[in-house]
Design a protein around this ligand. Structure first.
Ligand code: AHG
Ligand code: MN
Ligand code: MN
Length: 371
């Protein structure tokens, strides 16, 4: 005590020293808790006993391309990369410059991985074949929406990337064939999305739960932030482009009215949330509980969303998180694909909400059948 009164500055220095030590100790402790995407993949490689690191390589290359796309998305307002590229993609929709950039980055990254023999993307009419010696031996193929929600780029709203990974069906050493890509969703070995939002996240599943990694821009690494994501069994959010209301079938219209009805027991009316970027709408509903609907309409008789690189990967993730995904009359993951850019209606999210919309859709079919 006397010592502190006589030499107060010594006490001050001692206190600073102790505080600093504690701080550095805590920093070390915190760092220990950080698991990067690459570390996580390697730790969990045992799930693929015969993978010999190929799968880790593939996913890590997707992560690298994701970081490059993220960099461009973040500076989109600063450079001449905004706006239409003046071309249209295979569905006749306007291609944005970032769509093309993202497509090129993912193609380059997957080729560089040396373990992927080809991929199908939204931006290419035919599947892309990697015909170099290394890639021909690659056992994986990938289906991908390189940039999802591109109409939202110009207005600074969340966009994403969606991917789906399969083992090839054709023989190793040959060129990838179209049938390699026309596999049912339940054959996916992994699927994921990257959301370029208020923070950037990579969420993926290998069929053993869903994990989310947030990009820490200070170290340039995706770090495990959402371990074993489980979606609530029920929710209060419904996500649908209600502007299409008049074009929906009666079942969907009735379900929307159901969501808007007052009922204290079921906590209705529900909340309507629709961003217009599939990845962002799904990500929110996955974490908070809810349902996403993109039904068939007069103008889009099979819905708008693509089976191979939008619905299948999302369905795999949602199911792995405990939710459900259906086209209205079939589980998404059991649909036999007929073509690369095939569209299907999508109803996905919290189990109880999807079950409810199914009741309305079944009733609609029964009424139509009687007429
Ligand atoms: P993309 O930008 O890859 O073409 O996808 C857009 C999709 C999807 O992200 C979103 O859910 C849906 O289009 C929105 O469609 P509407 O504008 O018809 O609601
Ligand atoms: Mn899309
Ligand atoms: Mn797209």
């Amino acid at each position: 005590m006397i010592h502190i009164i006589i030499f107060p500055e010594r006490f001050y220095y001692l206190a600073c020293f102790v505080l600093n030590q504690t701080k550095s100790f805590m920093t070390i402790q915190e760092r220990k808790k950080t698991i990067t995407l690459n570390e996580y993949i390697i730790q969990n490689q045992t799930a693929f006993p015969r993978a010999k690191g190929d799968f880790s390589r593939l996913l890590s290359h997707i992560g690298i391309a994701g970081k490059l796309v993220n960099r461009e998305v973040n500076k989109a307002g600063l450079v001449d990369i905004l706006g239409d590229a003046g071309d249209t993609n295979v569905q006749g929709e306007d291609q944005k410059k970032l769509d093309i950039y993202a497509d090129e980055q993912f193609i380059a990254a997957l080729k560089a991985s040396g373990v992927c023999c080809g991929l199908a993307t939204e931006e290419n009419q035919e599947h892309v074949v990697f015909d170099d010696n290394l890639s021909r031996d690659g056992k994986y193929i990938v289906c991908m929406d390189p940039l999802d929600g591109s109409s939202n780029i110009d207005v600074n709203v969340s966009i994403g990337t969606i991917f789906s990974i399969y083992l090839r069906k054709s023989a190793v050493g040959q060129k990838a064939q179209e049938y390699d890509f026309l596999q049912r969703g339940d054959e996916q070995v992994a699927a994921g999305y990257i959301i370029y939002g208020s923070s950037t996240m990579l969420v993926y599943t290998t069929g053993q739960g869903v994990n989310g990694f947030t990009l820490d821009p200070s170290i340039g690494e995706f770090c495990l932030s959402h371990n074993n994501i489980k979606t609530p069994d029920d929710g209060r959010i419904y996500s649908i482009n209600e502007g299409n209301y008049v074009r929906f079938n009666t079942g969907v219209k009735q379900y929307i009215k159901f969501c808007q009805e007052r009922d204290e027991k079921t906590n209705r009316p529900y909340t309507s949330r629709y961003i217009g970027s599939l990845v962002a709408d799904i990500h929110r509903n996955l974490l908070k509980g809810g349902i996403f609907l993109y039904p068939e309409t007069e103008t889009h008789p099979n819905g708008k969303l693509r089976l191979l690189y939008e619905c299948n990967p999302i369905a795999f993730i949602v199911e792995q998180a405990g939710g459900k995904a259906t086209s209205g009359n079939k589980r998404i993951l059991e649909i036999e694909p007929k073509s690369l850019h095939q569209r299907v209606p999508l109803y996905t999210g919290s189990k109880q909400m999807v079950n409810k919309v199914e009741e309305f859709l079944v009733n609609e079919k029964q009424v139509v059948a009687k007429v």
